[in-house]
Ligand binder design. Structure first.
Ligand code: CAP
Ligand code: MG
Length: 432
């Protein structure tokens, strides 16, 4: 056999290589397959996500050698890799996904792989629009400041008709809420056609605005094939809506980038639901963190994004949810523990949305660590109030008011039968 090397994976590992400011960096949690060292796994990750393959090549050139990604730091099961920026197409999340979220998950030598964090350089960040309205713009649309924006999804899921859906909206708007939100799986079913729902919802919205004198709006789910989403977004605009809701992971990054352009032209804010994220962010040693998905969502430019609660029915610890909030709202995210610092070079903050298993009894605990500059979505916790939808909405508003005034919920409930009914049913317990 010739002396020539068969593979060059370890050429992609270099502890002397310093990441450059203009490079993209990723942090991986790596479980090598049996019989492979962490260095061998790290080399395969850096190789397969940049310019390499399984064997040495007669076609290798110096310019390609200069573009090799390098695993520059390894500590236990953590591997830091730095990538020359020219490996990526500026402004394209699909291409980023194909590079560093692609083949590497399928390599036999890597048993489990989790992307923990990603750091973007200035040139890459500036190749994206970022949010059109952002947190402040959304608060201005709704004329809400100093308190969380309050939304409710009609439950049970998939209201039986557009009128039933819109009437629940009327009740929760009259109860003091700001937004009626479509559920993630409500699009245009035979019993609840999109065209009928958008017309009915915005008709009742106008009625509620007139009767309350407050701004009210709706997060109308346009999730569909991209051309159809464009049509539905135009309908929302034509009927006077201000927001479109998109299930960003089920439509895909390319469609989301297209709809970001459409939203810019129509002047509509984008509410990003993250259904499907747990398929790859739930397992602690595989997939990718919600932190990474949140950063990509801010780059593309959603205006509101579900980031978890830390208390409700969905996965996600308090510290993770706080990290997501910082990543989508701060201009200059500090390095924290193993997680990268990240500057956003003027990209607007995204409105963090906490939702999932919330009810009035959980609001003070949630707001104690999330603060007032978020949106809170409460579905079952409003529509499960024994006194009805409008009472459920008022109970949620009262819980927020109690937190703002630093009044214990039980004390506040002495003057709010609606809050009292919620506390009698759910207390301050979290339900899985
Ligand atoms: C919440 C919800 C949201 C989840 C999504 C649901 O309803 O409408 O889709 O919050 O999870 O369908 O479960 P409830 P996340 O208020 O009745 O729980 O926000 O974690 O992405
Ligand atoms: Mg839902």
């Amino acid at each position: 056999m010739s002396e020539e090397k068969v593979d060059w994976y370890l050429d992609f590992v270099d502890s002397k290589r310093e990441p450059r400011k203009d490079e993209i960096q990723l942090l991986f949690k790596v479980t090598p397959a049996k019989g492979f060292s962490i260095e061998e796994a790290a080399g395969r990750i850096a190789s397969e996500s940049s310019v390499g393959t399984w064997t040495t090549l007669s076609t290798l050139t110096q310019e390609t050698i200069n573009r090799m990604a390098k695993a520059y730091r390894i500590s236990n099961d953590l591997v830091w890799v730095t990538y020359p920026l020219e490996l990526f197409e500026l402004g394209s999340i699909p291409q980023l996904f194909s590079s560093v979220f692609g083949n590497i998950y399928g390599m036999k030598a890597v048993s489990r792989l989790r992307i923990m964090d990603i750091k973007f350089p200035e040139e890459y960040v500036k190749s994206f629009r970022g949010p059109q309205f952002g947190l402040e713009g959304v608060q201005n649309i709704l004329k809400v400041k100093g308190r969380p924006i309050l939304a409710t999804v009609p439950k049970p899921k998939l209201s039986p008709s557009p009128e039933a859906h819109a009437k629940i909206g009327y009740e929760i708007w009259m109860g003091g809420e700001d937004l009626l939100k479509d559920d993630e799986n409500l699009t245009s079913q035979p019993f609840n056609k999109f065209e009928d729902r958008v017309r009915e919802v915005l008709k009742y919205r106008d009625k509620a605005e007139k009767e309350t004198g407050e701004r009210k709006s709706a997060l109308i789910n346009i999730t569909a094939e991209t051309e159809e989403m464009k049509r539905r977004a135009k309908l929302v605009k034509d009927y006077g809506g201000e927001f479109i809701m998109i299930d960003i992971l089920t439509v895909g990054w390319a469609a989301l980038q297209t709809m970001r352009e459409v939203a810019e032209d129509l002047g509509l804010a984008i509410h990003a639901h993250r259904a499907f994220h747990a398929a790859f962010d739930k397992l602690p040693d595989h997939g990718a963190t919600m932190l990474v998905l949140a950063k990509m969502s801010r780059l593309i430019g959603v205006d509101l994004l579900h980031i978890g609660t830390g208390v409700g029915k969905m996965e996600g610890t308090k510290s993770e949810v706080i990290r997501h909030k910082e990543a989508v709202t701060l201009e200059d995210v500090p390095q924290e523990d193993i997680y990268f610092s990240q500057k956003w070079y003027g990209l607007k903050p995204v409105t963090p949305v906490s939702s999932g298993g919330l009810h009035p009894g959980l609001i003070p605990a949630l707001l104690d660590y999330m603060g007032p500059d978020i949106a809170v979505q409460i579905g079952g916790g409003v529509l499960g109030n024994p006194l009805g939808a409008r009472a459920g909405a008022k109970a949620a508003r009262d819980a927020i008011d109690a937190w703002q005034k630093k009044i214990p919920l039980e004390e506040y409930a002495e003057k709010s039968k609606e809050l009292k009914a919620a506390l009698e049913k759910w207390g301050t317990k979290s339900f899985e």
